[in-house]
Design a protein around this ligand. Sequence first.
Ligand code: ASP
Length: 587
Amino acid sequence: MRSHYCGDLRKEHIGEEITLMGWVHRRRDHGGVIFLDVRDREGIAQVVFDPDREESFNLADSVRNEYVIEVKGKVRARPQGTENPEMPTGEIEVLGHELKILNRAETPPFQLDEHQQVGEDVRLRNRFIDLRRPEIQKKLRFRSKVTHAVRNYLEENGFLDIETPILTRATPEGARDYLVPSRTHEGCFFALPQSPQLFKQLLMVSGFDRYYQIAKCFRDEDLRADRQPEFTQIDIETSFLGEQEIMALAEGMVRKLFKELLDIDLGEFPTMPYSEAMQRYGSDKPDLRIPLELVDVNDLVADVDFKVFAGPAKDPKGRVAALKVPGGAELTRKIIDDYTKFVGIYGAKGLAWIKVNALENGAEGLQSPIVKFLGEEVALKIMERLGAQNGDIVFFGADKANIVNEALGALRVKVGEDLNMIEKNWAPLWVVDFPMFEELEDGSLTALHHPFTAPNCSPEQLLEAPQGKLSRAYDMVLNGTELGGGSVRIHDQAMQRAVFKVLGISDEEAEEKFGFLLNALKYGAPPHGGLAFGLDRLIMLMTGSSSIREVIAFPKTQSAACLLTDAPGEVSASALRELNIKLRKTP
Ligand code: ASP
C-alpha cells in the first residue's frame, strides 16, 4: 500500500521512508542519474535513482511514460538551487531505493501535455488517458465536492434523496425522447426521462414533503455547444411552499456552494420580471455583467419613410430597438460587417448603425448609412433618448420582436465581451413572471415551461384569455446562463384540465399520457413546487470551463455519440428479432 500520495509530499516529510504508487509522468536522464516524475491523483513527485543501487537504477532506466510503478525511498530536500517553486512538491525529492513495475504501458496516443494539439476526437476516443490530465482531474474532483455540498445542504434542510425510474414514459419538457424498446411488451417502448418531473410530483402527493435527487436526464435534441444528450440535474420538489420560499431555499444552496467552495459571496439575487428582461436585454437569461441595454425606439420611427424601421414599429408583433455601445465609434467596417453576419445567425436581415462622431454638429456629426432615410430630426431624437455621446456607436434591430430580441440580445453579449466591458465576475438573478404560454408559428400555444406549471390566475380566467397570462415559474440565471428553473405546480384537477385544454391536449390524450398524474391529483395532492439545476452547467461556471464536456467524465460528441465505447452501436439480428423490430432500409 502507498504511504503517501505523490502530490502530498512536503518539507515536513524530509527523512521519512515512504512508498508511492503512481504513473511515470516523465523520465529524465541527467548525467548518470535517472529522474522519474511520478504522478498520482494528488500531483507529481520527483524521484531520483542513483547508479549505486544498480538494480533499481537499471529498472528506472527502462521505464517509459505512463508505466505504473511502486517506489520505496526516502524524502530529502532538493539540493540548493534546484528547488522548483512552481510545484507544490518542488522543495523535496525522493531518493529511490526500490522500484517495482506494476504494469507497463504502450506509448500513449498523446502525451498529457500535448492534448491541445491533438483535437477533441482523439481525446474523447482515449478519454481514460485524457482524464489523467491534472486540469481535468481537478475539475472532476471539484464536481464531487459540489455534489457532496449539495447533498449536505439539502439533507440539512430536510430533503430526502429518492430515486425515480429511468425506464419510464415520456415527460413533456419539450425535447424529443430517447426510446427503449420493450421485449416483453411487443411494439411498446419506454422513454428515458427528460426529467423526473412527474415522479417528483407524485412523491409530493405521497407526502414526502421534500425530495431531491441528483438525477440523470435524457433529451434527444439537436446539440448546441453546451448541451449533452444525457446530463445531470439537481432535482428538487417541496410541498406547502410558495415561490418565494422555494427560491430562497434554492438561492441559499447556490450561495453556500460559492462561499464554501470558491470563497465567493454572491450576495442577494435580484429578481427581474421576464418582460423587463426581454425589454432591456433581449433575453430571458440576461448576462448582467455587461452594462449595455436595448432601448425601444418604436414610437420615434413609426412614421418615417424608412420602411425597414416603420414596418416593424407599426406591427404589434414587431420591435425596433437600439443598442448604444460607448466608445464603439472606433469599430471598423470589417468588424461591423462581422457583427452583421453574427446577427444574421439569429434571423436579422441586417444591422443598421449610427456612429456618433461630433454631436455638437447635430446630424452632420452622425456617420451612418441610415440617417438620410430616418431623417435628421428623428436620428437626433434617438440619440437624445439613448444619451449618446461622441465616440459611441448605436446598433439597431428592426423586425419581429423575437428576432430583434435574439439578435440584439446576442450582439449585446458579444460586443460586451469583445470590448472587455464585463464589469464584474458574477451576476446572478432570478427571472420571474414568465408568460404561461408561447405562440407557435401556426398560432397554437405551447407551455413555456411545462404543462404542470401553475398559472397565476384561476382556471376560468385562464380559459377566457390564455394569452398574456403569467405563470408561477422562476429561473435562476448566472452570467447569462440559465442555472436552474422551476415553478409552483398545478395541484388542482380543474386547473390542470384547463391548461391541457388551452394546449389543445384532448381529454383522451391527457388520460393516455398523464392519466397517472391526473389520477393522483384526485387523491389529496398538496400545493407543491420545485425546481431543477443543471449540475454540469453549474460546475462549468464554477470552474471557469468553456464547455460542459470539460466537467463530464465521459461526455458525448456534438452528434450524440460516445467515441470511447463507440455507442450507439448496431445490434445483432437476433436481438432485433427478440424485440420484434425490423429495420427499414433507408432509401
Ligand atoms: N422539470 C423541470 C426541468 O427539467 C424543472 C422543474 O420544473 O422542476 O426543467
